[in-house]
Design a protein around this ligand. Sequence first.
Ligand SMILES: CC(C)(COP(=O)(O)OP(=O)(O)OC[C@H]1O[C@@H](n2cnc3c(N)ncnc32)[C@H](O)[C@@H]1OP(=O)(O)O)[C@@H](O)C(=O)NCCC(=O)NCCS
Length: 138
Amino acid sequence: MTLGDSEQVAALAGELGYPSTRAQIEARFRGIEGNDDSRVFVAADTDGRVWGWVHVFGHHLLESEGQAEVGGLIVDSRARGVGIGRSLMAAAEAWAREQGYARLTLRSNTIRTEAHRFYQDLGYTVVKSQHKFQKPLN
Ligand SMILES: CC(C)(COP(=O)(O)OP(=O)(O)OC[C@H]1O[C@@H](n2cnc3c(N)ncnc32)[C@H](O)[C@@H]1OP(=O)(O)O)[C@@H](O)C(=O)NCCC(=O)NCCS
């Protein structure tokens, strides 16, 4: 991804269920770009049209070995089923291997049953189900 992709990446973030402005994506991308342990890959055609993106980063906890994690993955609804998601996940996995991670993990909302079939097709297995808690701080 480059900063110039931000508008298209923002549109796809909305399709993923996370409405974002170009300015928000630009600001977040600057933070990601400045971190060697985090990367965004886009699937773009020769005209620069972005059809999908994946964000992958190093996830580090005290209680377990660091691992790579997919933070978000989306393919334009008009371009699904032709291998773009598979290619993006291959790029994320290659990056994670280069970084020295032994495994790539991801979390997926229980309602995304089609995505679950996609991940299982790619060799991912469910290792845990959990609740996500949060509390507003202001
Ligand atoms: C999930 C998603 C990224 C898959 O991308 P895609 O480009 O359509 O997937 P691909 O064409 O690369 O499919 C790869 C394989 O996964 C399987 N697959 C993909 N979509 C599937 C579906 N809906 N049902 C069953 N299997 C599916 C296919 O078997 C395919 O195998 P093949 O390459 O041998 O045909 C895409 O559907 C998407 O963006 N969905 C909405 C957003 C989303 O749910 N993101 C994940 C959040 S956790």
